[in-house]
Design a protein around this ligand. Sequence first.
Ligand code: SAH
Length: 345
Amino acid sequence: MAERGVAGYRARQIWSWVIDRRAERFETMTDLPRALREELDLTFEIFTTETITRSVDDDGTTKLLLSCRDGETIETVLMAEGSRRTVCVSTQVGCGMGCVFCASGLKGVVRNLTRGEILEQIVRQRNALREGERVSHVVVMGMGESLANLDELLAALEVVCAPAPLGLGLSQRRVTISTVGLPDKMRKLAELDRRYHLAVSLHAATESLRDRLVPISHKVGLGAVIDAADRYFEQTGRQVTFEYVLLGGVNDRGEDARALAELMSTRSAHVNLIPYNPVAGLEFERPSDAAVERFTAILKSRSVSVTVRKTKGRVIDAACGQLRRRTADAGSELFQGDPLGTARE
Ligand code: SAH
């Protein structure tokens, strides 16, 4: 605006149109002079991504496939539960962590997303909500390792948590950042004086099993991850959640549950069990219902706070760990109509 000799407050006006009033085009910004709107329209684009497909599952889960300027695609998922509307965002194209059961890392990391690309996922999902609905929670659990792109993520979250009309007005407490467990970055996050909820993907309670499932663990070590989580709690007062993907026959046995209970017994933490969502081409299996029940019961009997995550968006491949699974190499199945016969525009 300054370069164009336009008053600075116009920039704030435009920003709040996009962030607060769901504008997707300059021409709808009716309190800007018409000539300025036309000039902006010729010179700028509001979004850097384009929506390629929007799939809605029977349970209301909505997956958006967005294409970036460089042709890479990213996915974001909205989950509905009562009045909750939770947006799950991606932070990278691909992922460099290589967890052996996860689809996102099969081909490594391509690049970090920009703050704009991260923010747009939430804004786009919000813009598609019905009147009266609002984004109530954000979970950074899509594609990518969140803390490997911490600076861009934090910049996007500043806007998410700033008050309206310049931000989306979400409380920091309603934002969950999920990490594979990068201790240095966890410490940095703890020191920022924010109240984000931290979720750490543990998946195993012993060094040897975790090394097998989460290759980065070799370098980092289970102990360092747990220490950094403890420190996050001390510093922020926010209880950490440990995520644990249950893989049938691999880490869902009684002894695994007892080892996890032991690890949790001395700390104030919460465990979120995620029954595995099978990924085509990978040999892991979903745990049996009995195994999930047994695992949960063992934790509960040792007074560990535990929940089991519900699978949502299974039909449209929007469930945990499935992003990009169908679109990345199978290419355009989703764009060319609807192979599963269930996605609705
Ligand atoms: N890189 C971050 C975000 C990953 S996605 C992290 O590691 O936490 C969020 C969660 O989904 C992680 O706990 C991840 O391990 C888990 N996940 C990945 N693939 C999955 C699958 N196929 N089924 C269930 N959970 C999966």
